[in-house]
Write a protein that binds this ligand. Structure first.
Ligand SMILES: Cc1ncc(COP(=O)(O)O)c(C=O)c1O
Length: 426
């Protein structure tokens, strides 16, 4: 490990000095819990297509796309052009604009369950609005979710992410129909909404089994609660989101990431009768936001959605499978305990012989930390927890380049951890 760490610090002095500066003005030197990794996170200077460049001039293949939101890579020219054109005409007004109207129309057209849309500025705001809408509709307070599910930074959801029930949060096992039925038998009369990720993003890409979401939706409605899907990450899995793949129509859908073309965004779509609690002039639920539906985000989001065709979604999934196979094969050759989970263009790496349960994904592991730093040294950027998200601008030649760089990163890990691996680490 020390060689990998030494190489990382030698090539990133500019990021190190900025980290020291940042520690003085931001707690922990950062402003996003997720982006921290040891010994310090990089400071980026610019992104261009499939690449990121740090302040020391190092180039990285971007295999994360700002945690899945930059589905067309960095500074995608059609999006840059749309943003520039709109920014020159104004950035936000306290009035409707045509771009927000078109984005709302595009979402209604794409996602089968979405009859109407409310726009906001982050995935967290979207899931929060889902909870508030469900409370306003049902007059109940509690939310039910999967243990270790991630729905953003609202307190009710954060306790569930950490694996605990809370005063207004009750939990069941992800994708486990019987466990959700038991939960609803017990708490159903107090539950406003069941909210689920079709594929758990932060908890290691664990997908709900076929049929499970539809069965849980049925139990949820039988209990008089709203069934909500959090598609902030999974909307990229088909042109109609993961819900189309699962054959389920939620009452509400939380969206974000790709629908803003790389700008801050969130949206809640769903049944008009439920969204009606926000209808002016005297709504039961006040939902406002200075930047909701601003035309710059909407213009960028429209391009992002328009260009995310079924063909491109399929091509990304094929490439992700090739990367998956190459990583598993090379790790096996080096006798490194390694496994993966994949959903479409998303790939999660684990340093264990089989993928762990959801609650173990975040456990620090020497091999995972070494791999992440060795991959950065090899010019590959992805999440410290092992999440990779491909973009449409990563073509076959770039994928081959990524595979070769990953092989050299795994070689470095094998070299640094020989005694550990010889002892049969898992
Ligand atoms: C499934 C899911 N829901 C909600 C959120 C919150 O979105 P945001 O970070 O835009 O607030 C995220 C963020 O990663 C997410 O993965």
């Amino acid at each position: 490990m020390s060689e990998i760490l030494a190489a990382f610090t030698a090539r990133t002095p500019g990021s190190a000095s900025r980290h020291r500066r940042a520690l003085a003005v931001m707690p922990g030197g950062d402003t996003r819990t997720t982006t921290y990794h040891p010994p310090y996170p990089l400071t980026m200077e610019r992104g261009e297509g499939p690449y990121l460049f740090d302040v020391d001039g190092n180039r990285y293949l971007d295999l994360l796309g700002n945690y899945t939101s930059l589905v067309h890579g960095n500074a995608y020219p059609p999006i840059v052009e749309a943003v520039q054109r709109q920014a020159a005409r104004g950035t936000a007004w306290p009035a409707r604009n045509d771009q927000q109207l078109e984005l709302a129309e595009a979402l209604c057209e794409r996602v089968d369950s979405v009859e109407q849309v409310r726009l906001c500025n982050s995935g967290t705001e979207a899931t929060m609005l889902c909870a508030y809408l469900a409370r306003a509709v049902t007059g109940r307070r509690k939310v039910a979710m999967a243990r270790y599910g991630y729905h953003g930074s609202l307190e009710e959801f954060e306790v569930g992410f950490l694996g605990h029930d809370g005063p207004e949060t009750v939990l069941a096992r992800h994708g486990d129909v019987a466990d959700f039925e038991r939960l609803l038998d017990r708490h159903g009369h107090e539950v406003a909404a069941v909210i689920l990720e079709p594929v758990m993003g932060s908890a290691g890409l664990s997908a709900a089994p076929p049929g499970a979401l539809a069965a849980i939706a049925e139990a949820t409605r039988a209990a008089g609660a709203l069934f909500v899907l959090d598609e902030v990450i999974t909307l990229r899995l088909s042109t109609g989101g993961a819900q189309r793949l699962h054959g389920v129509e939620p009452d509400l859908t939380a969206m974000g990431k790709i629908i803003g073309g790389g700008l801050p965004v969130g949206a809640v779509g769903g049944r008009a009768e439920y969204l009606a609690v926000t209808v002016p002039p005297a709504p039961r639920l006040v939902h406002s936001g200075t930047f909701n539906g601003n035309p710059v985000t909407a213009a960028a989001g429209l391009v992002s959605l328009r260009e995310l065709t079924a063909e491109r979604i399929d091509a990304m999934a094929v490439r992700a499978q090739r990367l998956d196979d190459a990583l598993v094969e090379h790790a096996a050759r080096l006798a490194i305990p390694f496994s993966t989970r994949r959903s479409g263009s998303l790939l999660q790496c684990f340093f264990s012989a089989v993928p762990p349960e959801a609650n173990q994904v975040r456990v620090d592991h020497d091999l995972a930390t070494s791999f992440h730093l060795a991959a950065l040294n090899a010019g590959l950027f992805f999440a410290g927890r092992g999440l990779i998200a491909l973009s449409t601008v990563l073509d076959d030649a770039l994928l081959q380049d990524a595979i070769e760089r990953f092989r050299s990163a795994l070689d470095a890990v094998a070299g640094a951890h020989r005694p550990l691996l010889a002892a049969g680490a898992d």
